[in-house]
Design a protein around this ligand. Structure first.
Ligand code: PLP
Length: 395
């Protein structure tokens, strides 16, 4: 019987094979150094765990309103005022099962069949698949390393067609770590207003910035605020990836549709995690600041190691916890008898020969790169790059 065309159009995760292989190697006792992590290696802070334990003890273990408890939506409204200079009403917030669900809900709320969504490349690998599932067509803009992996206004204007419904801006970016500055965002905002297209602004890495500062594109004027759907969440800033709390912030009309979609698909996100998130947001950013200091230290060390290795190069990412490494020098070559046709071959080669797991960037839209994450200990970074350096300099 014919299965869903939509589901069949979704790419299987190309990173899954290599992750599974690394796990099999680890299980068989091989000491594999993993640079694949998409989550902070720090534990969730204790005060957040305590809030969850109290919520259970106090009996907050039942359904909540679909869009989340009022206390959490109020804490998010305050956060938006405090950090982003933005005023919203609680009715404009929908709390979801992670930022991922918030993005998918948003796409379902705004897209009609055949609508185009512009995605700067490299991109977080779930965006195009979610766009397709929601009936849309992803349209990619290739960013240049020489422009720090950011789109230009001219590129954006050229990509806009009469079918364009939205653009996804992810700053700080996964996988490139790129952070758009205020002027760059203002240019994008002007075009969005001029052509009346939505901006899905994925700000999940907002707190992880090492130079410059985060600006929300929604904050410039009422016109762009009305067109922007901000996506954010607890996962990366508070080391809460497993708690599954994210949210969307939008105009009331879109918020209502997102709420309807979520009410018929998953209902409210986990009640206990919602109470924990209130504590996280209301406590201040001290634990985040300590995490940022440590991430920056690791980023700087990793960059210096990468750029010392012949054939590899990486530019300095301003945010998130990833570095993408340009491996184009190796593509088309043979190393120790292994032909390197692209990032997947290169990642497999590092795994087999150096026992180091990295993420190939083909599924992120650019086969000339691999992604390494510094959400792992300094000693792992040292050991991993000793191995890579040995392998790539002695052949
Ligand atoms: N957006 C980006 C760019 C991400 O990298 C991720 C997770 O890796 C998410 C959203 C999803 O985050 P969450 O855990 O809140 O679903």
């Amino acid at each position: 019987m014919r299965l869903s065309d939509k589901a069949l159009s979704i790419s299987p995760s190309l990173t899954l094979d290599i992750t599974a292989k690394a796990n099999r190697m680890k299980k068989s006792g091989i000491n594999v150094i993993g640079f694949g992590a998409g989550e902070p290696d720090f534990d969730t802070p204790d005060y957040i765990k305590e809030a969850a334990i109290s919520a259970i003890r106090e009996g907050y273990t039942k359904y909540t309103p679909t869009s989340g408890i009022l206390e959490l939506k109020e804490a998010i409204v305050q956060k938006l005022k405090r950090d982003n200079n933005l005023s919203y009403d609680v009715s404009q917030i929908v709390v979801s099962n992670g930022a991922k669900q918030a993005i998918f809900n948003t796409l379902c709320a705004i897209l009609n069949q055949g609508d185009e969504v512009i995605i700067p490349s490299p991109y977080w690998l779930s965006y195009p698949e979610m766009v397709k599932l929601a009936g849309g067509i992803p349209v990619f803009i290739d960013t240049a390393e020489s422009n720090n992996f950011k789109i230009t206004a001219a590129q954006l204007e050229e990509a806009i067609s009469d079918k364009t419904k939205a653009i996804i801006i992810n700053s700080p970016n996964n996988p490139t770590g790129a952070v758009y500055n205020e002027d760059e965002l203002k240019n994008i905002a002007s075009l969005a207003v001029k052509y009346n297209i939505y901006v899905i602004s994925d700000e999940i890495y907002e707190k992880l910035i090492y130079s410059g500062k985060h600006v929300s594109i929604a904050s410039f004027n009422e016109g762009i605020k009305n067109l922007t759907i901000i996506i954010n969440g607890m996962s990366k800033a508070y080391s809460m990836t497993g708690w599954r709390i994210g949210y969307s912030v939008s105009n009331p009309e879109i918020a209502k549709l997102i709420n309807n979609i979520q009410s018929h698909t998953t209902s409210n996100p986990n009640t206990i995690a919602q109470y924990a998130s209130v504590a996280a947001l209301n406590q201040g950013d001290e634990t985040i600041k300590a995490m940022v200091v440590e991430f920056k230290r690791r980023r700087d060390y990793m960059l210096q190691r990468i750029n010392k290795i012949d054939g590899l190069k990486a530019i300095t990412p301003d945010g998130a916890f990833y570095i993408i490494i340009n491996i184009s020098n190796f593509i088309g070559t043979e190393i120790y008898g292994t032909k390197i046709n692209g990032s997947i071959d290169f990642a497999n080669f590092l795994l087999e020969k150096a026992k180091v797991a990295v993420i190939p960037c083909l599924p992120f839209g650019n086969d000339n790169y691999i992604r390494v994450s510094y959400a792992t200990s300094m000693s792992n970074i040292e050991e991993g790059f000793n191995r890579i350096e040995n392998l790539l300099t002695n052949f």
